[in-house]
Design a protein around this ligand. Structure first.
Ligand code: AMP
Length: 190
């Protein structure tokens, strides 16, 4: 099983490029953001709690995310590959993912660190906000989400650098150009 972590700030293109990866490689998509939005739409207890964090531009607690991990991982078992999108978002989540994958006899093959400057991120997220219907695509929440990313999520880069699996991807340019770099990094570990 080829496990790929697609990593980057909000608006770095993780969602778009995940779709390209799924189309080309047939991998399964594991997006904690999508899982949480579904919980919110279904009005579950987890969804109600998650919404309070999401609307504030904050991370949902590690405890909540890690607790749902085992059950959610069952849904991608047996896949040829999995693309982890928007997860892990903290060092503790990266450690938890490694433990859970190791338990299943596998590990993260590559972490794609998509790099986009802050000005471009804000521009893209405001643009997306016009059509996404997401409660967190407004300037106030976007600013908070980028701050959260800088403070809590960037340590994940160190985790994968230590693991030796972090590959930097220039995230500004055409979608096709960026996808070509991504494909190269995935092909190197398949
Ligand atoms: P995303 O769709 O990945 O941008 O996620 C939207 C929001 O869901 C984030 O801003 C967080 O509030 C929450 N979220 C998604 N994934 C995680 C995660 N792995 N850890 C904590 N919070 C998360």
């Amino acid at each position: 099983m080829t496990n790929v972590v697609i990593f980057g700030a909000p608006g770095s293109g993780k969602g778009t490029q995940s779709e390209n990866i799924i189309k080309k490689y047939g991998f399964k998509h594991f997006s904690t953001g999508d899982i949480l939005r579904k919980q919110i739409a279904d009005q579950t207890e987890l969804g109600k709690i998650a919404k309070t964090f999401i609307d504030e531009g904050k991370l949902v607690t590690d405890e909540l995310i890690i607790n749902m991990l085992d059950a959610e991982l069952a849904s991608v078992e047996g896949a040829e590959g999995v693309i982890f999108d928007g997860f892990p978002r903290t060092y503790a989540q990266a450690e938890a993912l490694k433990m859970m994958l190791n338990k299943r006899g596998t590990d993260v093959a590559v972490m794609l660190n998509i790099q986009v400057n802050e000005e471009e991120l804000i521009k893209r997220l405001l643009e997306r906000g016009k059509t996404s219907g997401r409660s967190d695509d407004n300037l106030e929440t976007i600013t908070k989400r980028i701050k959260t990313y800088n403070e809590q999520t960037t340590p994940v880069i160190d985790f994968y650098k230590k693991e030796g699996t972090c590959v930097d991807i220039k995230g500004v340019g055409s979608i096709d150009e960026i996808f070509a770099s991504i494909s190269k990094a995935i092909d190197a570990v398949r």
